[in-house]
Write a protein of this length. Structure first.
Length: 389
């Protein structure tokens, strides 16, 4: 028996953030905890959310000590603020790190700390209940789609598997926000490098989800449409930050790609999760660099699907067989990486090659590769790191 979960309420359009107070009142809540980070505050984006709440006569508290890779320690501090300020709803205003942190904070407002029992790799999904406060997400980037995903990626500082911290996932249907406000106007100020990294993150989500091994035809259809929208607009928004229509298409495409990874992800993410804590390399950049070699690794196991991906990426595949079309899809990703000025390899991005053996071992601990179309060994993970170096 398959259980397919559709996304929460999604409100899309320029100015959507202005309706924030109305939505808070719909839940009969009185004081939100706004979860954000310094970059969002400095860009003036959090102020838009605060203004919307004040217009509705709602006070709020703010917690903004969220790292680019949020740790369990920052989650604990966020819960302390939630409780001390007597909040009754959580609002995330930021990118994937902020939204993931907000999910984990929300969890510990009603579940006994620490986070350790709730991670996916120890069967945490069975321990997570639905009795949590409402969550509203206002994404400020078009990349992670965390506003509709069931996952939250947290850097665990207590779980030393080799000689450092590592990322772990909290996965539950209850992680989905109650409302996602997709306001393309919020993303207009994104600089080109962030636009590129988050856009390639979303494209990686769509590709990995489409070829993942779970049976979820709904997610497959959504993944292909997401790839059509993302591939048609990523170069536009990179070269013209003020194109609000293209920004909107990227924001929706990112959201759709994230919904599609209910079907699973793959080896790219198991590898990339190690790099953001150990290099550090931004997650979207790591995904962009790793995606072509992982697609080549998977090729004979997913040739027909890569051919479909080629068509979704806008490639004219008439006259091509499946193998030629699939290879064209890989070439298209490399073309994106070149035009978007991604580093030419992990070494160029800052990885110390001496760390690769340990990173390969750690990648096997990550749950994402379990749904990769080709089974992975530790030796495979090391070889993929080296191929992307």
């Amino acid at each position: 028996m398959q259980n397919y979960l559709l996304p929460p309420r999604i409100e899309f359009g320029a100015g959507a953030v202005q309706n924030l107070g109305e939505h808070v009142k719909t839940f009969k809540c009185q004081k939100p905890l706004l979860v954000s980070d310094a970059g969002v505050i400095n860009a003036g984006l959090l102020a838009k959310a605060i203004d919307a709440l004040e217009t509705s006569g709602l006070p709020s508290a703010t917690y903004s000590d969220i790292e680019p890779n949020p740790t369990d320690m920052s989650i604990t501090h966020g819960v302390e603020v939630y409780n001390s300020e007597a909040c009754d709803i959580v609002i995330a205003v930021g990118g994937g790190s902020v939204m993931d942190a907000a999910k984990a904070i929300r969890l510990l407002t009603t579940h006994e700390p620490p986070l350790d029992p709730y991670y996916a790799d120890v069967g945490g999904v069975e321990r997570i209940r639905g009795d949590m406060p409402p969550l509203i997400c206002v994404p400020t980037t078009a990349g992670t789609g965390s506003e509709v995903s069931q996952g939250a990626i947290i850097t665990d500082t207590s779980f030393n598997t080799t000689d450092r911290w590592r990322k772990r996932a909290i996965v539950t249907p209850f992680n989905m926000s109650n409302i996602a406000l997709l306001d393309p106007g919020i993303t207009l100020g994104m600089p080109p490098a962030l636009t590129a990294a988050t856009g390639m993150d979303a494209i990686t989500h769509g590709i990995e989800a489409y070829v993942a091994t779970k049976y979820h035809p709904i997610a497959e259809g959504v993944a292909l449409q997401a790839l059509r929208m993302l591939s048609a607009n990523i170069q536009k928004v990179y070269h013209d930050s003020g194109d609000v229509t293209a920004r909107g298409e990227m924001l929706l495409g990112s959201c759709m790609a994230a919904f599609s990874f209910q079907k699973g992800l793959g080896a790219v993410h198991s590898l990339a999760h190690q790099l953001s804590t150990d290099a550090p390399i931004p997650h979207g950049v790591a995904n962009a660099i790793l995606l072509p070699p992982v697609m080549e690794f998977n090729f004979s196991y997913a040739t027909e699907k890569y051919a479909e991906i080629a068509r979704a990426l806008g490639i004219d595949t008439r006259g091509m067989d499946s193998s030629e079309a699939g290879n064209a899809a890989i070439d298209k990703i490399r073309t994106f990486n070149t035009e978007l000025k991604m580093p030419i390899g992990l070494g160029d991005a800052g990885l110390d090659k001496k760390k690769i053996p340990k990173l390969g071992a750690d990648a096997m601990l990550d749950h994402c590769h379990k749904f990769n179309p080709r089974a992975c060994t530790e030796a495979d993970m090391v070889a993929l790191f080296e191929a992307a170096f």
